[in-house]
Write a protein that binds this ligand. Structure first.
Ligand SMILES: *[C@@H]1O[C@H](CO)[C@@H](O)[C@H](O)[C@H]1NC(C)=O
Ligand SMILES: *[C@@H]1O[C@H](CO)[C@@H](O)[C@H](O)[C@H]1NC(C)=O
Ligand SMILES: *[C@@H]1O[C@H](CO)[C@@H](O)[C@H](O)[C@H]1NC(C)=O
Ligand SMILES: *[C@@H]1O[C@H](CO)[C@@H](O)[C@H](O)[C@H]1NC(C)=O
Ligand SMILES: *[C@@H]1O[C@H](CO)[C@@H](O)[C@H](O)[C@H]1NC(C)=O
Length: 328
């Protein structure tokens, strides 16, 4: 019944326009239809953090990366050419972060990445890092902190090298600190844990941490991982494995935003919208899409195209539903 209704009634563009106006009126400030998490911070010539958030394309921005920590190292923030943290040069980002948050974008600090030197040696090391993260970026956040006192929305675990131990301890410690904070007492869930495991299951570095069940969002890297490529036909079974393994998290499909950005795993945006996302959405804990990275997305317009396609699809469905309802 619905498809023929669409053909008959949605054929009138004037009617569709009127119905769209009604839809806009009842869904004021509807956000973009696909939740997209993006990594920001490592791209030369990338737009600023505030510009990134102001595009309205993203639900989450991961600041990449806290690239050195643990094992007696002093934690070091590395934001490539954006700013120099050694001289307090990244403190100005606090204003951008506040602006992002006021626009409804969650901002997280991503620890790890592929460039630095990090790893946790023992439980004390994990406790110390949790305290450092809490005091500088989440709970205390003094103006002397590397991001100028910004209170972030959470910590992202993007662990790809070094030792694989004690990240479960880090997650538990962060959760415990959050639990005993005023934020939690007020019932205000502003602090989340996220992670970016490699797709082959289970991930060597993050498996024990993910087993804690403490992660809110998990963006699985379906790129540079031939066993999980869309092209090799194994994406769906890998997706089923991850979504079944993380019932308490929402799972995002991590993809490159440009074909020359990752050795493998690029999916053109039309195929993503018409083939892959409908499959991914069949999982109850589907979360959205994660893109590496803002710089590449800016160059290719990948997320803008994806939101545009999704907007048109959602718009058509909503109009038709409205008409059917209105006629019933
Ligand atoms: C834990 O690791 C830290 C950093 O490597 C080290 O300084 C400390 O001695 C270790 N503690 C124990 C109890 O092994
Ligand atoms: C961020 O961008 C918005 C929209 O362009 C602007 O209104 C705001 O002043 C900017 N904030 C900062 C801190 O640059
Ligand atoms: C945090 O609090 C929640 C809700 O009260 C509780 O279920 C959970 O076990 C606590 N987690 C930790 C690590 O303390
Ligand atoms: C929850 O956090 C938001 C954002 O920081 C704040 O605006 C709001 O007042 C807080 N609500 C409570 C009940 O603490
Ligand atoms: C999609 O629709 C939302 C809500 O109407 C709008 O804010 C956004 O700009 C649209 N996105 C694109 C890419 O057209």
């Amino acid at each position: 019944m619905a498809p023929s209704c669409c053909k008959l009634l949605c054929a009138s563009s004037r009617l569709l326009f009127a119905v769209s106006l009604l839809a806009v009126a009842t869904h004021a400030a509807r956000p973009n239809p696909v939740r997209i998490a993006v990594y920001w911070g490592q791209g030369g010539g990338e737009s600023t953090l505030n510009e990134t958030c102001s595009t309205g394309l993203y639900s989450h921005v991961n600041i990449a990366f806290l690239s050195e920590f643990g094992g007696g190292r002093a934690p070091v923030l590395n934001l490539a050419g954006h700013c120099d943290p050694t001289s307090g040069g990244c403190a100005a980002l606090a204003a951008d972060i506040a602006s992002c948050q006021s626009q409804g974008v969650k901002v997280l600090l991503s620890i790890g990445g592929g460039i630095g030197s990090y790893g946790l040696s023992n439980e004390t090391d994990a406790q110390n890092l949790a305290a450092y993260l809490w005091n500088n970026f989440l709970g205390g956040s003094p103006s002397s902190s590397p991001l100028g006192g910004a209170k972030l929305d959470g910590i992202d675990f993007s662990i790809a090298t070094g030792r694989d131990d004690y990240y479960d301890e880090l997650a538990k410690n962060l959760k415990t600190m959050y639990n005993s904070s005023d934020l939690a007492r007020a019932g205000n869930k502003t602090h989340m844990l996220t992670a970016a495991p490699q797709c082959p299951y289970p991930d060597k570095f993050l498996a024990p941490a993910l087993k804690t069940g403490l992660f809110d969002h998990v963006w699985v890297q379906f790129y540079n991982n031939p066993p999980c490529d869309y092209a090799s036909g194994t994406l769906q079974s890998a997706w089923n494995t991850w979504t079944a393994a993380l019932p308490s998290a929402s799972v995002f499909l991590g993809l490159p935003a440009s074909p020359d950005d990752a050795a493998r795993g690029y999916i053109d945006v039309e195929t993503l919208a018409s083939q892959v996302l409908p499959m991914a959405r069949s999982a109850a804990n589907y979360g959205g899409v994660m893109l590496w990275s803002r710089r590449h997305d800016e160059r290719t317009g990948y997320s803008a195209k994806l939101q545009d396609i999704a907007n048109n699809t959602v718009g058509t469905q909503r109009s038709c539903t409205f008409l059917v309802f209105g006629m019933a």
